[in-house]
Design a protein around this ligand. Structure first.
Ligand code: UDP
Length: 249
């Protein structure tokens, strides 16, 4: 089967257990690997910004973070089995990191949030080594120091909660320098782990309405969420063109 590509972005088919196992293997080998948890808004952004698309497609593993990406995949030849929510992958990786002795680093969110998220994770996963934390509001000029601090911490897994596209660009530029085996963008996950933000209840998630819950809780996101109808429209156009055998750019 050819790899799935939605609006120019590759998406890999993996369930939570497979993604966790692959990433744990990345963390153990000597090289640096980037993981993208891809949402609909990110795909729309990548569609408009070729540089971001290159960064996303350069990742070693790209999983579908939102149900919209999974629904869209059903219109393509290779469809996805399900979503792998970034926050669930983070949690599952921490369980694995605790049992395998792989130190993790939490970079991102407002001051104090990464620290609180790290404490919550360490409490849930006995043996987890949180090698370091740092907020995500540093100047671009400080990026080398941020990477050096991560290297010094000895972290094997770096969770970057800087929001997109910043987290993907940061990892593309600085993951190697950080020395971590894995760098994964996790959006607003630290806010949820630290108890500052609530995740959508199970009912909303099951119905594929997590976006609606977030919109109700954070109405200021409405402009960002215009990406959703845009995504549906662009995917419909892409499939229509493919059906007619026309190029789909
Ligand atoms: N953030 C950050 N540095 C920045 C901009 C954002 O650390 O320069 C953090 C922000 O505090 C939040 C996360 O990045 O914790 C992004 O959250 P958002 O809800 O935008 O992410 P999503 O889950 O929608 O990708």
């Amino acid at each position: 089967m050819p790899p799935l590509e939605i609006l120019g972005c590759r998406v890999d088919d993996a369930d939570l257990a497979e993604a966790t196992a692959r990433i744990a293997a990345f963390a153990r080998d000597g090289r640096s690997h980037r993981v993208v948890t891809l949402g609909t808004e990110m795909i729309v952004h990548a569609h408009r910004d070729p540089a971001y698309r290159v960064v996303v497609n350069g990742a070693d593993l790209i999983v579908a973070d939102t149900i919209g990406v999974v629904y869209a995949s059903r219109l393509y030849a290779t469809s996805l089995r399900g979503r792998v929510a970034g926050i669930e992958l983070l949690e599952s990786l921490c369980a694995c990191a605790a049992s395998e002795g792989l130190p993790v680093y939490l970079l991102g969110a407002a001051p104090g949030v990464a620290e609180a998220a790290g404490a919550a994770l360490a409490a849930r996963h006995p043996g987890l080594r949180v090698a370091g934390t740092r907020d995500g509001y540093f100047a671009l000029a400080d990026a080398p120091d941020v990477a050096a601090a991560i290297r010094e911490s000895g972290a094997r897994i770096l969770f970057a909660a800087l929001g997109f596209p910043k987290q993907e660009y940061f990892l593309a530029d600085w993951l190697s320098a950080s020395g971590a085996g894995v760098g994964m963008g996790v959006g607003g996950s630290f806010d949820v782990l630290a108890g500052r933000l609530q995740r959508a209840p199970e009912t909303f998630r099951r119905l594929g309405l997590e976006w609606l819950y977030r919109l109700l809780r954070e109405p200021r996101r409405w402009r960002r969420q215009l990406a959703l109808p845009t995504f549906v429209w662009l995917v419909a156009l892409e499939r229509l063109h493919a059906g007619k055998g026309m190029p789909s750019s």
